[in-house]
Design a binder for this molecule. Sequence first.
Ligand code: 5GP
Length: 193
Amino acid sequence: MQILKNRIIQDGVAVSTEILKVDSFLNHQVDVTLFDLIGAEFRTRFDDIAKNVDKILTIEASGIAVAAFTAKYFNSVPVVFAKKDKPTTMTDGYYFAEVMSFTKRAMTAIRVDKKFLKTGDRCLIIDDFLAHGQAALGLVHIAKDADAEILGAGIVIEKEFQGGGDKLREKGIRVESLAVVEKIENGEIFFKA
Ligand code: 5GP
């Protein structure tokens, strides 16, 4: 998605060879015009399965806004987001997965209340970044526990060199990434053609 790549080049900061900071439009401040285009682009990419999507599944915090804009283009299906803390209100049963947080470098438990994910739900995963694949694999694990189905994963920025995309594809999950970063070197961001 060229407009997204241009924005990453313009406003993204290569914090290291591993981490890209895009706070000004994706992770701290949200550019709603761009998010709307992102939602439309996910619809184009997944148009063949769009009518089958029952729910969009994501993980807090940054996934939520992207997922919400995307849902508009998928018949406004519900957006279910995994929570990283166990709220006191989550008193009934929940699905659970342990994931290594890329940004916090620590294990985090993610949870989805059983009320919001049902047997047979066909889900599209949407997230801001795909790095080592931990967050997405956690969602896949939760969906499996719920006997729900994953139809695919839509990712805003995939850092290909960290291998998460391969892990998902090896599991037979279709991954559509709007910008694929091949490497980050000397502060420069290189995209896959
Ligand atoms: P993974 O679980 O695939 O290793 O990492 C994905 C999660 O970590 C995303 O949900 C995202 O929040 C965060 N993340 C991974 N890489 C980056 C990055 O380069 N920049 C930012 N801002 N977040 C990242």
